[in-house]
Each structure stands twice: as structure tokens, then as C-alpha cells.
Design a protein around this ligand. Structure first.
Ligand code: ATP
Ligand code: MN
Length: 460
């Protein structure tokens, strides 16, 4: 097994032969030597390979071009140059895959828009390499956080046949011939002829199924793909994204908020600890000070505010908003940013939203007007977590369904949970890409996932 570049960079000079495999980032020639930077994605920096030109055929040296894959063997020696402590003094050199001049990633800074069109190559750039490593650290931290805290990982279905969730935003799953759709006598689509014998969709959230497992396993979490046919073209929405949804039984909104804060701080800390070099890069080239902001967020407690107080803080500022607020309206991104950046100066958890703007399953407060919902808002981004205490009282839940024009029969199993050993429980959803955006400072969500899917775009 060969060492990765990251490990080779740690080695002290010695006579031991080592082997570096990777892709050429840059090559600089002087009269007698060539300096080749080899990168293999294990870290931001490449290994500087120094090639004594007199020892190799010029035809071989000419094939060392930006993008080529090579294997270089030699010894780690002290570097003469100032940019690195050590370098590889090359004894054996093989070009595995040549890379012609039309390689799109020639040495210069490319715009993220250009790189989005070259999404199959962009992980070879500094920016996307760093994003990919940070994303990896965060995925791992998601699992370690929950595993260390006794949560059970549950895989909820991606195809969902309960036609009850988030109306309008769902992608339909069908094997019907769209050129010849079977119809019923009253001129509706005949889903009995479809694959599942009924209408099916891609999941917009695993929460309802997650609740069924939480009311057996106490604390569970999901971490998987989620699909929403979002038609809005924003920098924070994808049609396919990853969501983390913990659900805790014997838990109320207070516990829910504590878990959310502890969880965010844990995954942020993991990045500061494991990706120091990448974070330095983001602070320098992507968003100034993003690393310090993250440290500040980890060290300070999140602010808390009810929706009613949030509206009170926003109303006097209505002049500055595109959408002025009053009690009862949705809090939009511009308001979320104002609350976090100007009112609190840190992440804010807003609670107790009007029931009319939140989902049917959130626990009704005694005032009959608000529900036990909580959104975690982050500076720069707005909402990154949405959660709530769930309505666990059978009758209240049925009433809420009627109020919202939902048919309780469609949710028979969900209601059964409130019949068989019901218990207060709560949970939340974190959009994984929003968290990656927050940590890296990357402005557009399309640049923190390998192959972004959004309206009119499904490349690769
Ligand atoms: P928003 O108002 O920002 O659209 P939402 O209220 O629809 O969010 P929830 O249904 O509460 O969001 O989903 C939980 C979390 O999933 C959100 O807090 C957010 O982090 C993330 N999320 C929601 N929709 C998307 C999307 N289209 N792309 C990426 N992440 C998303
Ligand atoms: Mn949404």
C-alpha cells in the first residue's frame, strides 16, 4: 500500500524509498531540474517532486503536464525552496495517463460557474478538494455524534407511498407509460396500474417514519437523501439534498433545542480539529474570517427568542425589508439574517410559531395559537435546522388534521402511535449541505455537493 501525499508530507528526510501517486497540478522547469507538484486529494498541499532533468529522457519529461497522472519514487529530502520543508527527490518516474493541452483546469483561478460546468473534474481543484474533505469530516462527525450519544441509525424509505407529506414539492415515482397513461372511468390517472398499485413519491422527509422508530428505540437518527421539487432558484435550495433527522422520545422542545445546539457545535468542532488547512484556505479565498466565526459560534451559547418576540424586533425595521412582517406571516431569509446578524449577533433559535404557518404534527401550545416549533437560524444563511415537539395527544392531532383539511384515515399508522403508548417526543432536520455551506463559507449550495440537482439542471 502506498502512502497518501498527506502522510508523505509529514515524513522527515531519510534514505528510505517512498512512492507518490497522484495528478500533476503544476510543473516548473529550470535549466537542470523540474519542479512538479503532485496532488492526490488527501490534503490541500501537493508534494513537490524534484526531477533532475539530466537523469530522464526529455520525451518522458514532456509528458509531465498539468492533469497527468504519475507515479514518482524517490527519497524525502530537505527542500531548498521556501514554500515547503521537504520535497521528493525523484529516482523513478512513470507517467500513467497523459493529459493533453485541452485539459480544462489549466493553472489559473477559475470561477465557480465555470467549474460547475466541469463538475466531473472540479474535485481536482483546491476549492472542491477542500469542500469534499470537509464534507467527509462532517458526515463522519454526524455518525460519531449520534453513536457516542446512544442514538440508533435508521434508514427510512426513499420511495414513499403515503400521499400525505409536503404537498406540491414531491417528485412522483412511476413506471406508467407517460405517452399512454391509463385512466379510470371518471377520468383520473389509474394508479392501480402503476408499479406500487398506488401513487408514489420520492421522500421529502423521513420524519414520520422516524417517529415510529423513536417510539420504540427512544433515540434515533436518519441521514440520507431527500428530494424536493423546489422551483425556486436560490443559493440555499437543491432538488436533491441530504438531511439528518434525529427523533427523541421522552423529550420535549427544550431537550430538542439542547440536542440541536450540541450537535451543531460537535460537527463544527470536528472540522476545526481535522481540517485546519482547509479552513485556512476558506478564510483566505472564500469568505474572510469564516474560521473565526465558526470558533465564535462553538464557544458562545445560541440565543433564544419566541416568534412573537422576533416579530416585535423586526417590525420597527420593516422599511428595510422586501417583505414587511407582522404577527402571523412567515419569517423569510431576509428577516432570519437580520435577527442573527443585527439583533443577536450569533445563531438564534426561534420558537413557538403561529400554528397556521407550520405543519400539522407540531405540538399545539396552551394558547391555542402557536405550536412548539423551533428553527435554528444562522448568520449569513438563515434557517439551517427546522424542528419541533410533536403533537402526541390523539384528539388534538386529529383536530389539527381536520383544521388543515387532511384526512386522518391517510395517516392511520401515524395516529396509531398516539394510541399505543404515546409519549412526548421531538426531533429536527438539518440540511446537510446548508451546514457544509455554513462551515466553508461557500456562497452557493450547488458548490458543496458533487453533482447538484436543481430545476432544469441534471448534468452528469
Ligand atoms: P426553507 O424554508 O429554507 O425552504 P424548510 O422550512 O422547507 O426550509 P424543513 O422542511 O424544515 O425546511 O427541512 C429541514 C431542513 O432541511 C432545513 O432547515 C434546511 O436546512 C434543509 N432544507 C430544506 N429544503 C432544502 C432544499 N431544497 N435544499 C437543501 N436543504 C434544504
Ligand atoms: Mn422549503
Amino acid at each position: 500500500m502506498q502512502d497518501r501525499i498527506k502522510a508523505l508530507l509529514q515524513l522527515e528526510p531519510s534514505d528510505e524509498m517512498v512512492r507518490a501517486e497522484g495528478w500533476v497540478r503544476t510543473k516548473r522547469d529550470s535549466k537542470n531540474v523540474s519542479f512538479v507538484e503532485i496532488n492526490d486529494g488527501s490534503c490541500l498541499k501537493g508534494l513537490q517532486a524534484v526531477i533532475d532533468r539530466s537523469r530522464f529522457d526529455s520525451s518522458l519529461l514532456d509528458r509531465i503536464t498539468t492533469g497527468a497522472s504519475i507515479v514518482a519514487e524517490g527519497r524525502i529530502v530537505p527542500s531548498q525552496g521556501g514554500n515547503q520543508k521537504t520535497e521528493l527527490s525523484v529516482d523513478n518516474l512513470t507517467v500513467i495517463g497523459d493529459c493533453p493541452q485541452d485539459y480544462p483546469l489549466q493553472k489559473k483561478r477559475h470561477t465557480v460557474e465555470f467549474l460547475r460546468e466541469k463538475a466531473y473534474l472540479r474535485p481536482r481543484t483546491n476549492l472542491f478538494g477542500a469542500v469534499t474533505r470537509v464534507r467527509n469530516t462532517m458526515s463522519y462527525a454526524v455518525h460519531s455524534f449520534f453513536q457516542e450519544n446512544g442514538f440508533i441509525y435508521v434508514n427510512t424509505p426513499l420511495i414513499s407511498a403515503s400521499d400525505c407529506e409536503g404537498a406540491g414539492e414531491q417528485f412522483q415515482v412511476t413506471t406508467l407509460d407517460l405517452g399512454n397513461v391509463p385512466m379510470t372511468e371518471d377520468d383520473k390517472v389509474d394508479y392501480s396500474k402503476d408499479f406500487f398499485g398506488k401513487m408514489a413519491n420520492l421522500t421529502v422527509s423521513g420524519q414520520l417514519e422516524g417517529e415510529t422508530y423513536a417510539t420504540a428505540m427512544k433515540n434515533i437518527y436518519t441521514f440520507g437523501p431527500t428530494f424536493r421539487a423546489e422551483n425556486s432558484n436560490t443559493t440555499r435550495h437543491l432538488a436533491e439534498f441530504w438531511m439528518i433527522e434525529p427523533e427523541m422520545a421522552f423529550c420535549t422542545l427544550e431537550g430538542d433545542m439542547e440536542w440541536a445546539e450540541k450537535f451543531l457545535k460537535y460537527i463544527f468542532s470536528a472540522v476545526l480539529e481535522k481540517n485546519a488547512e482547509d479552513m485556512e484556505f476558506f478564510s483566505k479565498f472564500v469568505l474572510e474570517g469564516v474560521e473565526d466565526t465558526l470558533r465564535h459560534v462553538i464557544e458562545s451559547p445560541f440565543a433564544h427568542m419566541t416568534y412573537t418576540d422576533a416579530i416585535k424586533a423586526l417590525e420597527p425595521e420593516n422599511d428595510r425589508f422586501e417583505f414587511p412582517v407582522k404577527w402571523g406571516v412567515e419569517i423569510q431569509t431576509e428577516h432570519e439574517k437580520f435577527l442573527t446578524e443585527h439583533v443577536a449577533g450569533c445563531p438564534v433559535i426561534v420558537t413557538d410559531y403561529p400554528k397556521d404557518i407550520k405543519a400539522f404534527y407540531m405540538k399545539l401550545n396552551d394558547d391555542g395559537k402557536t405550536v412548539r416549533a423551533m428553527d435554528v437560524l444562522a448568520p449569513r444563511l438563515g434557517e439551517i435546522i427546522g424542528g419541533s415537539e410533536r403533537e402526541y395527544r390523539y384528539d388534538v392531532l386529529v383536530n389539527r388534521m381536520h383544521e388543515l383539511g387532511l384526512n386522518p384515515a391517510d395517516y392511520w399508522w401515524y395516529l396509531d402511535l398516539r394510541k399505543y403508548g404515546t409519549v412526548p417526543h421531538a426531533g429536527f432536520g438539518l440540511g446537510f449541505e446548508r451546514a457544509v455551506q455554513y462551515v466553508t463559507g461557500v456562497a452557493n449550495i450547488r458548490d458543496v455537493i458533487p453533482y447538484p440537482r436543481y430545476a432544469k439542471s441534471c448534468e452528469y
